[in-house]
Each structure stands twice: as structure tokens, then as C-alpha cells.
Write a protein that binds this ligand. Sequence first.
Ligand code: ATP
Length: 238
Amino acid sequence: MSALLQVRGLTAGYGAAAVLHDIDLDVQAATIAAVVGANGAGKTTLLRALSGLVRPESGSIVWDGTELRGTRVEDLVRRGIAHVPEGRGVITELTVEENLRLGHVWRKDKTDARRATAEVYELFEPLARRRTSPGHQLSGGERQMLAIARALVGRPRLLLLDEPSLGLAPKITAQIMALLRRLRDDTGLTVLLVEQNVRSALSVADRAVVISLGRVVVDDAADRVAADDDLRHAYLGF
Ligand code: ATP
């Protein structure tokens, strides 16, 4: 089966300095791939390159059979790719409801957009209670939920999720990881998950992609990576 997302020879960075070198990556539909590695390894840059925020120097990104390089960011959203950046990007002056609306203003099917909004309120009960609260009144966990919810109302097929556990209590992190699993199983969502919290990422992921100094050094089943002491010590620091 050919992978839903196929990255080949991707080299990308900022200005003249390449951060990612010759990245190859296959992500199968309805799987969760954890992207892990030391600080500064290039994980965030990889997500940014996939979502068009960083322009690749070379290589190809094939999504569902077509090349993505050169596609405008807004078209990537229409093609089912949603990016939840590190730091979350919730607009704190807007209410929960208004933030969610931003996640689907571009959709033509307004009936389904309303249905998707109702669904995320079911998934994230605290958001339903705080529909009319401005973003700045939300807790860190609620903001993270809102950022993910805003991506989900666009009904993405691929979720690029950067550090969802940052600053969150372990219990909330566990809830978010459980939710990702549920979305994968129930809706066939494909997830690329960047996480500093390697243990929780590996516990939820199907595959683990270990990045070191901008290169993929391991791409294997997540449970095998979690069980490999040498590899964990060498690249993952635990
Ligand atoms: P972290 O977990 O610390 O976020 P990361 O693996 O996600 O690390 P990146 O954020 O992708 O790593 O950073 C990779 C390299 O790119 C680092 O050396 C960083 O300093 C550099 N870098 C990141 N953003 C920029 C930028 N906007 N301009 C220039 N260099 C950048």
C-alpha cells in the first residue's frame, strides 16, 4: 500500500542555512507517527515545511498521490492538511466560538461545518461550557483543546501537531493522546505528532521517526523504539 504522505529527499531551512537534510518519510493513512529527537533537531521545521510555512530547497512532498511543493498554504488546508503550531495560535481576543469559526470559514458545506463544530464540543466538553469566553480566559489545557478543535472543524485528513503537551498537566496530556487515538480509529485521521514528551508520544504512536541534526536516523514501530534502550539513550535522553 502506498503511503498517504511520502516525503523524499526533503532539504529545508531558513535562508542559506539548511536545517533538514535529505529527509525521507512515509506516513500511512490512519496512523499516528511521532516525530521525536533532541531540542533543535528540526522537528518543528519539518512540520513547517510540510504545511508550506517553510519553503523546501529540494525534494518532494507527495500527498495522496500529488506533489504538494509550491501549493499555497490556504490550498493545503482545503486539501485536508491542518497544522496546529507550537504555542497554539489561539486568538485570545476572540471567543471559543469565534476561534472555531475561523477553523471553517473557508468551507463551502456550512451544514457539515456546523455538524463538525457540534462534534468538537462533544469531544471537548470544557470548550462547550466556555463557548462565549474569550481565549485569554482559558487555561493552558483549554487553549490547547481549542487549537486542536479549530483544526478538526475543517475535517482534516492529516493533522500536524506540534508539542501539544507543552505546559500541560500529565492528566490533560493523557486525555489529548487518548483523543488522537480515538480520532485515528473512528475517523481514519492521520497524525504527525511532534513531542518533547517522548514517553507519551511513543505510547500513542504507531511509528516513531527519530530526527537528529536534521536527519532521520530511525523510522520504526513506536513500541520497538520505546523498547530499545541503546537508541533511547543515544537520541531520546531517557
Ligand atoms: P525544539 O524542540 O527545541 O522546538 P526542534 O527539533 O523542533 O526543536 P526546530 O525548531 O525545527 O527544532 O529548529 C531547528 C533549527 O532551526 C535550530 O537550530 C533553530 O535554531 C533553527 N531555527 C528555528 N527557527 C528558525 C528561524 N525562524 N530562523 C532561523 N533559524 C531557525
